[in-house]
Structure formats: C-alpha cells, structure tokens
Design a protein around this ligand. Structure first.
Ligand SMILES: CC(C)(COP(=O)(O)OP(=O)(O)OC[C@H]1O[C@@H](n2cnc3c(N)ncnc32)[C@H](O)[C@@H]1OP(=O)(O)O)[C@@H](O)C(=O)NCCC(=O)NCCS
Length: 374
C-alpha cells in the first residue's frame, strides 16, 4: 500500500465502469460509447435513460415498452404528496426531495431486493416518479396529483408541462437536452457517494438519497442555482465587469466555472449554450445570455477558466419559467438515471468501497482520569 495521499481523491482511479467515459484531455464525453453530441442532438431522454440503465440503445419496440412502463410508474402515494404540501416553502427543496425519496424507499415493493432486475424496476420507478415529486416541490399540487395520468408526451414534455405549462418545441427540446446532458458523468462526487452506499449492499433508494445529499452542495449540483443568483446580482448592478472585479478582489469563486476533471472546457457547455441563446431570442429576454457570454469571455481571458454545464443551464431553466429552487432538483430528475446505472453496476460486481486514510493525529497519549484532567 502506498503512503501517498491524493487530496480530494484527485486523479485517483477508484474503480472500473462501462457507463461513461470522460476524456479530460480531448474534451470528449461518451455514454456507453456514444458521443454526447450525438445523444443530445438525435436521442430522446428516454433512449438515453434506457441506454444508461440497460447498456444498449433501445430498438423501436424496446423504446415503446420502456415509455409505457415509465408512464405507468408515475404513481406517488397520496400521503407523500400531503407531506410535500405541508413542508414549509422556505425549506431547501433538495432537503425535501431527499426526504421524499427516502419515504418512497420505505414503501417500494422491491426495497429489500438488490438483484439486477429488482434494481432496474426501482430505477425506472424512481425516474418516472421524479416529475410528480418536483411538481409537488414547486407547489404545483394539482399538477402533482394528476401527474400519473398516462399521456403520449415525452418525459421532458411531461415534466415541463407540470412545472411551467410550456409546451412549444424549442422549450421541450431545451429541457430534454439539459436532461440528457445532466444524466451521467462517471465518478463525480454524488455518483461516487451513491456507489459507496450501494457497496455496503444497501439499497437503491438509500444510494439515491446519498446522491441527492451530495449533489446539493454548491461545488456540485447546487452551482446551477448559484449561477442564476449571480446573473440576478449582475442585473441589479447593471455592470458585469464591476461585479467580477469585486468578486476577484475578494478571491471568491465564480459559480458555473471550473471542473475537477475538465480543465480545458466542458463539451456539455457548448451544447446547452445554444439553447440559452435561442430561448433568449424566442422570449425577447436576451440580457441573460448577454451577461453570461460577457462573464465567460472575462473568465477565459483573465482567469483561464471555462464554463461547466451548470453555467448556461441556469439561464435555460430561467427562460423556461422554472423556479430557481428547482434547478438542482431538476438535475436530480436526470442524474437519477446515472446514479441508478452505477448502483446496478456496483451490485452486479460488488466489492465494499473502503479506502484508508493517513493518520495525522496524536499518538500514544497517557490516559488521565476525569479528576486528573486540567
Ligand atoms: C468545480 C470545482 C470545485 C473544481 O475545483 P478543483 O479541481 O477542486 O479545484 P480547486 O478547488 O483546488 O481550485 C484550484 C484553484 O482554482 C480556483 N478556482 C476553481 N474554480 C474556480 C471558480 N469557479 N472561480 C474562481 N476560482 C476558481 C480556486 O480558488 C483555486 O485557486 P488557488 O489555487 O489560488 O486557491 C471548482 O472549479 C469550483 O468551485 N467551481 C465553482 C462551482 C461549480 O461551478 N461547480 C460545478 C462543477 S460541475
């Protein structure tokens, strides 16, 4: 065993996976061997979810069956919707979502089973239940209550209709693209947390709860909400340069920039950026895109930092009329498929994840009785 410590596990290969390839030098990103650009442009979220969970792209009949199963798995128990209705609205929505998934886990018919097929059933149910949970989190109780009614619309169209009422093609494509881009990113912090939980042979819902708790932080999924708060602040000040120079002077981080692995840019950012521009033009609110491109230019030129997926996603979500406190829960709506794929992979070839630490504390102290201690 080496004595070398890698702070934050940076650069450590902590396991093998066949789900997602993040190429940090060439900037490529593939889900199960397919380039993210192709998936974002040509696939639906349902095809991508199937690809991640099952391992191959579905053919027409597989996809039709998968969509049907998703539609019929939307049921969220009434008492859980009641709980969501009664939680004060000022409580962080990720905290509420974490608790909601925990409750779903207590009641899932497969909760005690970790075999491959049971895990797949739980993954599909969780994916299908997310839109109703988000609708209830957003205060759309009526929508949440009706959420399980089967409809022919896509998952993205259904989610968008519940949360904002928008139904036009550009808006649906924008959300669908965000869901595809957010779905998976190998051993990021929340996925690793989910795998650690699964590795003790704990269950799918417990692993997803670990993922949600980890995603909440502003250095991870919470960044998309922080980006929108930054854009609001820039709008209030009316001066991007002044905003950034004050941040730089205080040595504060600019949310939506930087990445532990992708130091030369995030390929997902370029894809979602197009939707921020197009939605700005569609709604006539181009200022958010303009602020964002100016921030990006300054960050690149002065600091050498590139935007990550969260940066342009924030203005996309805003222009889709989605409430800011739901931005990180929206990330969950998508990433639940990636987490679940990793839980399935972990359980299929499990070994407990249990690293070591280098002890740097005191040693060999003499024990003093309570009366002897100063
Ligand atoms: C994602 C992130 C945590 C990865 O960081 P990391 O690889 O651990 O890098 P470190 O935290 O060690 O930072 C290295 C240096 O870059 C700086 N830095 C990193 N991200 C920065 C940002 N977004 N803005 C300004 N400075 C940043 C750090 O302050 C540090 O500077 P120092 O060496 O002078 O102290 C980091 O880039 C970040 O905090 N970004 C903002 C939050 C965000 O967008 N998260 C979503 C990620 S997908």
């Amino acid at each position: 065993m080496t004595n070398q410590v890698y702070s934050g596990l940076e650069g450590v290969l902590a396991g093998e996976s066949a789900i997602c390839d993040v190429n940090h030098t060439g900037g490529g990103l593939e889900y199960r061997g397919y380039a993210i650009q192709d998936l974002a442009e040509k696939a639906s979220f349902e095809e991508v979810a199937f690809l991640l969970l099952v391992g191959v792209l579905p053919n027409q009949s597989h996809l039709a069956g998968f969509q049907e199963t998703l539609m019929h798995s939307r049921h969220v128990p009434e008492h859980l919707l009641d709980f969501l209705r009664n939680v004060p609205t000022d409580i962080n929505r990720m905290d509420v979502l974490r608790s909601a998934v925990s409750i779903l886990g207590m009641e899932d018919p497969d909760t005690a089973k970790n075999d491959h097929d049971a895990n797949l059933r739980k993954a599909v149910r969780l994916t299908a239940q997310m839109p109703a949970l988000l609708a209830a989190l957003g205060g759309e109780q009526e929508a949440a209550a009706q959420a399980e009614a089967p409809a022919s619309e896509s998952h993205a169209a259904y989610l968008l209709r519940l949360l904002s009422g928008k139904t036009d093609d550009l808006s649906v494509h924008a959300l669908e693209t965000a869901l595809i881009l957010y779905a998976e990113h190998e051993f990021n912090a929340s996925t690793f947390a989910a795998r650690v939980t699964a590795s003790s042979l704990s269950d799918m819902h417990s692993a997803v709860v670990s993922g949600i708790g980890t995603l909440k932080g502003p250095l991870h999924g919470g960044a998309n909400e922080a980006v929108m708060d930054m854009l609001f602040e820039v709008d209030r000040m009316g001066d991007v340069e002044k905003y950034l120079s004050e941040k730089f002077a205080k040595k504060e981080r600019i949310m939506g920039f930087g990445h532990r692995v992708l130091k030369k840019g995030d390929p997902r950012s370029e894809i979602i950026q197009q939707y921020s521009k197009a939605l700005g033009e569609q709604t006539g609110e181009t200022k958010w895109y303009d602020y964002a491109t100016t921030i990006e230019k300054i960050m690149r030129e002065e600091k050498g930092f590139y935007p990550n997926l969260d940066f342009y996603s924030a203005s996309v979500f805003y222009l889709l009329n989605l409430p800011v406190p739901l931005y990180t829960p929206l990330f969950v709506c998508s990433r639940v498929t990636g987490w679940a794929a990793h839980v399935i992979e972990q359980h299929d070839q499990n070994r407990l994840i249990r690293p070591r630490c280098k002890y740097i504390g005191k040693k060999g102290l003499s024990f003093l009785s309570l009366q002897e201690r100063p």
